[in-house]
Ligand binder design. Sequence first.
Ligand code: PEP
Length: 256
Amino acid sequence: MSMRPYIVGNWKMNGTRSLLSEARSIDRASARYPGVSVALAPPATLIAALREAVSVIGVGGQDCHAEAKGAFTGDIAAAQLKDAGADFVIVGHSERRAAHGESDAMVKAKAEAALECGLMVILCVGETLADRDGGQAEGIVARQVDGSLPQGEAAAAGVPERLSIAYEPVWAIGTGRVAAVEDVVAMHAVLRDRLVAAYGDAGNDVAILYGGSVNASNAAALLGAEGVGGALVGGASLTAEAFLPIVAAAGGEPVD
Ligand code: PEP
């Protein structure tokens, strides 16, 4: 696999226009790391403004509806994200699975809708602490990814170039607890098997990211681990100061 490491910041429900200055700084500095693909997923209210503010990094949404339009108050269609300037969308984040009751089938439908309208997709999976403590982590995550992967024509056209998987242990998100590198490597191998089972050889080229309390101190070890194609970063993506060392850890020496 020769793809560039993919470092994506998820701003969650944080930020108003005043945070665009951080995005500009991240964009300027990312231009010095051409070996890294960098992107930010701001709240939907900031997608259009962030698109205008940056020139190098990707811009994405944090969720989309599976339907193209209709009576779904408060929701956003994939085509609306694209129209606002998004290149990609995150689907199946554990915060949405938990707080909005999103099932694997719903996540799959969202991923298919996004691919159909030309967005790239980052599909999140991950086990709870109870799953891991009970020795169930790999089985649970394998079932999650099997049930959530996009299928059909949209998937055939979009895999592997437009699909990434983010392995995010729920207990590591926003907690400061990071998964052990050997557990990340083992889970990424499980995910790779499931991707190949679903898509054949094309499954070998789908990027698999790690997410969960990635920061400047642990990024190099995680990004250097076998099978880790990048990182999905929450808290440490809100400022250039916290995020750029993660980009640097993925990209080696910057160019001038
Ligand atoms: C996330 O929200 O996807 C995430 C990984 O958050 P954090 O980096 O804050 O753990």
